[in-house]
Design a protein around this ligand. Structure first.
Ligand code: UDP
Length: 334
């Protein structure tokens, strides 16, 4: 058993961050949150968790939080997450992801916080030319979102060589689903991600789902992705933190996916199955920058951490996303 050190979660009021907060709190870790609430929700963080509304680049604020909370580890989720927006407004992404991450890392180094977990992304691989992406697959991002994450990975690698800090970069594939207990989920309006869009359509919040491209080099012609349940992903963060604490001289970089893919049509069929209705599908041209298929090789995380996914089932992922979407409606928020 590793010691449960105080953890600060940046972006803890957002989609993945709020699930990580629950995973930490459920397992008895002392956890606090900093979030600027630009896209996050205060209600997504339990009242029992100390909450700071503010900016991760506010170095005096970070110094105060570290002192008040005795922070020994940071899980860093804060930042913007919309790929097309990063193309239209790259400087926003290099500011609020790369530059602010640099400030956060500087605060951590100044205060001697020894561990950091960073939410990286499969978007750092760009359009990989392999059926399964390993961590050694070249990182050639094709948009500022992926590049801003890759730059932060490089900063962390350099800082870990120069200062007493180890880090884990987790490269997420397609994150979906919601807390099985219905405490949090994906809540931001104007969703673009497939499973969120599809459950909104299933509940009549939108009229149809556009299918972006049916001429891909995949079995049914639609894009294939490796969808991972957000609660399994949150569990991987806690295990990664334990690994960093157990071996302070070792940093880690690991893909987070299940190592299998589903097409857009398979996802929509799953939503139909779970709801017993039929979503209207509309074929559209390809979306710029979408690879045919993006599937993880998850051999490294499985070999490194005692990570046993609990929700590796498309209908379960869809069912939890749907339950959360209904809940948002009941709360008057969807
Ligand atoms: N997609 C789609 N319709 C939508 C949203 C997504 O056909 O309304 C497709 C998209 O082209 C890709 C897959 O679904 O093949 C997953 O896209 P998403 O935006 O969820 O995640 P990404 O893989 O782009 O990060």
């Amino acid at each position: 058993m590793t010691d449960k050190l105080p953890v600060l979660v940046t972006g803890g009021a957002g989609y993945i961050g709020s699930h990580a907060v629950l995973a930490l709190a459920d397992a008895g870790w002392p956890v606090a949150v900093i979030d600027n609430l630009v896209t996050g929700f205060r209600w997504a963080v339990p009242d029992t968790v100390p909450f700071y509304q503010g900016d991760i680049a506010d170095e005096p604020l970070l110094a105060r939080i570290f002192a008040e909370q005795g922070t020994r580890a940071i899980m860093h989720f804060a930042g913007s997450v919309v790929v097309p927006e990063s193309v239209a407004d790259p400087l926003k992404y290099y500011h609020n992801k790369t530059a602010k991450s640099r400030a956060l890392i500087a605060s951590a180094v100044a205060a001697g916080v020894p561990h950091m977990i960073f939410s990286s992304t499969a978007a750092t691989y760009g359009v990989p030319d392999v059926p399964r992406v390993t961590e050694a697959t070249p990182q050639v991002p094709i948009n500022p979102y992926g590049m801003s994450k890759l730059m932060t990975e490089h900063m962390l690698a350099d800082v870990a060589r120069a200062h007493p800090l180890n880090y884990c970069a987790l490269r997420y594939f397609n994150v979906a689903g919601a807390d099985p207990a219905g405490r949090t989920g994906q809540s931001t309006a104007g969703a673009t991600h497939l499973i969120k869009v599809a459950v909104e359509a299933a509940l009549g919040k939108r009229g149809h789902v556009d299918i972006f491209g049916s001429d891909y080099a995949t079995p049914d012609g639609t894009g294939v992705r490796d969808y991972i349940h957000v609660t399994d992903l949150a569990a991987a963060h806690v295990l990664a933190l334990e690994a960093l604490i157990a071996e302070p001289a070792r940093s880690l970089t690991m893909n987070c996916g299940y190592g299998r893919g589903f097409s857009v049509l398979e996802v929509l069929d799953a939503v139909d199955r779970v709801t017993n209705r039929r979503i209207e599908r509309r074929m559209q041209p390809r979306r710029a920058g979408d690879p045919d298929s993006l599937i993880s090789d998850n051999g490294r995380i499985k070999a490194t951490l005692p990570w046993v996914p609990r929700y590796d089932d498309l209908d379960t992922i869809v069912g939890h996303a749907l339950a959360w979407e209904r809940r948002l409606g009941e709360m008057g928020r969807g």
